[in-house]
Design a protein around this ligand. Sequence first.
Ligand code: TRP
Length: 372
Amino acid sequence: MPKKFVVTPWEVKGEVDYDKLIKEFGTKKIDDALLERIEKHAGELHLYLKRGIFFSHRDFDWILDKYEKGEKFYLYTGRGPSGNTHIGHLVPWIFTKHLQDVFGAELYFQMTDDEKFLFKRDIDLKTSMGFTYKNALDVIACGFDPKKTFIFSDIEYAKTLYKIGVQVAKHITFSTAKAVFGFTNENNIGTIFFPAIQAAPCFLPSVLKGKNIPCLIPAAIDQDPYWRPSRDVAPKLGFYKPAQIHCKFIPGLGKGGKMSASEPETCIFTTDSPEVAGKKVMNAFTGGAGTVKEHKEKGGEPEICTIYNYYRFFFEGADKRLEEVFHACKRGELICGECKGVLAERVKKFLTEHQKKREKAKDVIQDFMLKD
Ligand code: TRP
């Protein structure tokens, strides 16, 4: 029996089989030919492409066709501001920043404070709007170009977004929305309209600049359902279909599943003190055997180890070292305490630097926010 997993914009459960997801969602794998094309532009492939963390796409090859012919595209991504940012959230943002650098693209960054208010029972509007600003600090700390980066709250930028949203909404029937998002009679009516608002930024720069501009969305694969109706509607409104590039989920520090804010001990928040984060790493679930003696005899299981998985996300430029770690663990030569210690130091250093940039972002946040 294949193991069951669920991936929707609201729920990620079980051991995700990413190849199967590509088939189910009807996206394309990022293959060697595409990687070669990207490498030509980037000079060197980003860590997340080399390690298959960004693994799937829709029409990214078309984006490159356009770019190579001199037609610039823009980037669109976003965040549902329901709590503090954790380092799993940073993965698509770090990669988006890389794309901005390589292609000189503008970025439109949506903060869906409306979405989190509508979909989550225990959050009021003031709270989600507050997290828009707190989370924006983390976005800015990633180093985006202030001249080319526009962050907006759905609530505060509603006048512009609503105008696009209603045009999208008119072309999506309730029956399609039910099929794509699984809505039922119990859904509040705000949630049913919301996908039109998440679709709006796919066309926003085209509207603002009065010409059709290709759009590329870097995001975790769970957001893909949103782009299916957006792509269907695009030609009806006279726009290009938005292209996507999808990443996998960063695992939590507990057994199985993605990093999730609802299990704070398994996730490293950007607001955690480096000491607290270090302790979380030291308490993480590993692929080690029950005792050190057993581990030395039988070896560990890096395949299921959260620490090893983190190495894949955060150990820059050290592919060979990564392989060595894998085999040393398998042979029982490398014990968990040592491995955790190395990662804890890395994470502490990363957080210390990120937090400095996050503080500085407070002085410039207004330069990034789009208002109408
Ligand atoms: N729905 C996303 C979330 O809950 C936020 C979001 C809005 C988004 N627009 C996006 C994410 C575009 C990626 C790309 O986190």
